[in-house]
Ligand binder design. Structure first.
Ligand code: AP5
Length: 224
């Protein structure tokens, strides 16, 4: 049984856009006290700040395409060297291609570390659009809501930090459809990649948010 503070846990969450990776990663992060590293959030933060990285990322993200591997790998390699990652971390949205997974494995080996578990949250393509179009994200703390399935206590206001909730730029129907296509082509092969390495655990992503969390904690052998 994993207990907070009992040592590191390094996790990857895989899944189609909208599977609930960010929602569940937040909960795992809070429960285990390890950072939630979302490459999507890092890119969005850079876009908001108008950095060079943000300018590069925006062009790809607005079209539903992946940001180039060399850019993404460099960011993650630096991020996991930060102090708060010493007791573990959860990757959400990384790796997303085989070259990213290979680069991560090499980086962790160089650091004398490894991935403990890869959770694949399964969700049918048909469910994705409804989840994306109803998604609202906090402008400030990045907490994620859904107007129907996971509504904030007060409409348009974040429960946690009271900032306003906004819709993501890439949650337009046309962009979501492109992201689903890109997922099947470039990210789905990671399921076999991690299965072959005996790291993959499957979790059904439909059903209520709390019930998905319970299933994940069962797989991780963590008490809620
Ligand atoms: P990223 O931000 O990673 O987006 P994504 O993978 O497409 O995933 P999402 O954040 O859209 O969905 P999610 O699975 O986290 O679901 P969520 O919990 O929000 O990436 C965005 C872009 O950045 C990419 O397209 C790419 O351009 C770029 N990028 C990022 N990483 C990259 C990388 N490694 N390499 C290259 N490019 C990269 O849930 C969705 C909605 O459903 C929410 O409203 C939520 O409240 C609701 N919900 C969650 N669970 C449930 C449930 N059980 N029942 C009902 N509703 C639920």
């Amino acid at each position: 049984m994993f207990e907070k503070g009992a040592g590191g846990m390094r996790l990857i969450i895989l899944g189609i856009p909208g599977a609930g990776k960010g929602t569940q990663a937040d909960r795992i992060s809070q429960r285990l006290g390890i950072p939630h590293i979302s490459t999507g959030d890092i890119f969005r933060q850079n876009i908001n700040q108008g950095t060079e990285l943000g300018k590069i990322a925006k062009e790809y993200m607005d079209n539903g395409k992946l940001v180039p591997d060399d850019v993404t790998i460099g960011i993650v390699a630096n991020r996991i060297e930060e102090k708060d990652c010493k007791d573990g971390f959860i990757f959400d949205g990384f790796p997303r291609t085989i070259p990213q997974a290979e680069a991560l494995a090499k980086k962790l080996t160089d650091m004398g570390l490894n991935i403990d578990t890869v959770l694949n949250i399964e969700l049918a393509d048909e469910k994705v659009l409804e989840r994306m179009t109803g998604r609202r994200v906090c402008n400030k703390c990045k907490a994620t809501y859904h107007i129907k399935y996971n509504p904030p206590k007060m409409e348009g206001v974040c429960d946690l930090c009271r900032d306003s909730l906004v819709q993501r730029n890439d949650d337009k129907e046309e962009t979501v459809l492109k992201r689903i296509e890109v997922y099947h082509m470039q990210t789905e092969p990671l399921i076999s990649f991690y299965k072959e390495r005996n790291l993959l655990r499957e979790v059904e992503g439909k059903g209520e948010v709390d019930s998905v969390t319970r299933k994940i904690f069962e797989v991780l052998e963590v008490e809620i």
